[in-house]
Design a protein around this ligand. Structure first.
Ligand code: SAM
Length: 298
């Protein structure tokens, strides 16, 4: 059997659900048991010592804090939705980033959480229930089928697009090569390259679709993949369309050192995290509409 024990050599991160509890209150509460620090980049993120097990902690059970890695917590923070905005989470289950958006918006405004997979919808609804957010509407459907001109979507200010990806930046995917080829999720005739090409084709389509919503001012595209084909190449493929629609690349977390692979001019604005050093390999791209007043970045 594969060793699935969590990596205890790295700090544990918890995101404070500010819909339920303040960051300082959560900090004080957790400090009764653990040595806790605030993260220096993500304001609602706390760092606990390696090996801390919070699963049974009352703050976890009542949805006041969520176990969420730093890289994952940077995604909604990069979108920086304003309270009162209409926001679309295009590929939302299990909903970690959806409820982070709700917290960042202080419960004000509306979030549409779109999810295609019926099974995963249950997890999404459970995450939303636990978070206490009351302004999230769950939409069971295909993001690619949403009509940007439909009055329900034409006023959307921001889109978070965290589509299906290879997951090659996550610990479970790094163990994946140890699986026999007959294991679930593996078929002998479906090679890794074919799988990546298929994912990348969907990712490009989804990002192009996000760019077509008329009132959108900010879009974040993210993956938990380390593959250029799912990251920089996807962004590069939509740059002409983005320019036509008046978007440019923003620089999420300018102080963060690790940036996009230098495969096109401007790729230094993209953000990468390293699967080993930063615990998870994530990729974040931010598109900002020129003249929207949202050019300023964190
Ligand atoms: N953002 C989520 C979170 O942080 O909890 C994780 C999202 S996961 C990487 C991608 C999700 O997109 C999956 O749940 C998948 O079922 C869903 N999905 C895939 N294709 C979709 C589509 N065309 N429309 C809507 N959802 C889709």
């Amino acid at each position: 059997a594969l060793d699935q024990t969590p990596d205890i050599s790295k700090p544990r991160y918890v995101r404070v659900n500010t819909l339920k509890i303040g960051v300082d209150t959560a900090l004080l509460e957790l400090q009764k048991q653990y040595k806790v620090q605030k993260d220096d980049l993500v304001p609602d993120l706390l760092i606990l010592p390696p090996g801390s097990d919070l699963h049974d902690h009352p703050l976890m059970i009542n949805g006041s804090v969520f176990m969420q890695g730093k890289a994952s917590s940077m995604v909604a923070a990069a979108l920086a939705p304003k309270p009162g905005w209409e926001v679309l989470d295009a590929c939302s289950a299990p909903g970690n980033k959806t409820v982070h958006l709700a917290a960042l918006m202080g419960g004000k405004g509306n979030i549409i959480a779109c999810e295609l997979n019926e099974e995963r919808l249950k997890r999404l609804k459970e995450t939303i229930r636990l978070s206490g957010a009351s302004n999230i509407k769950v939409l069971h459907g295909d993001f690619l089928e949403l009509n940007p001109e439909d009055p329900s979507y034409s006023k959307i200010h921001a889109i978070l697009l965290d589509p299906s990806c290879s997951g090659s930046g996550t610990a479970s995917a790094r163990l994946d090569h140890l699986l026999p080829s007959s294991a679930p999720g593996r078929t002998a005739d479906f090679t890794e390259t074919e799988r990546l090409n298929k994912l990348a084709a969907f990712q490009k389509k989804a990002l192009a679709h996000a760019l077509s919503f008329p009132e959108v001012e900010r879009i974040v595209y993210s993956t938990c993949s380390i593959n250029q084909i799912e990251n920089e190449d996807v962004v590069k493929s939509v740059l002409p369309l983005a320019a036509t629609c008046g978007f440019e690349l923003g620089t999420p977390f300018p102080k963060w050192q690790r940036r996009g692979l230098p495969v096109f001019e401007g790729a230094e604005r993209l953000l990468r995290t390293d699967p080993v050093e930063d615990k998870e390999g994530f990729f974040i791209a931010l598109f900002v509409r020129r003249g929207s007043g949202n050019e300023s970045v964190k």
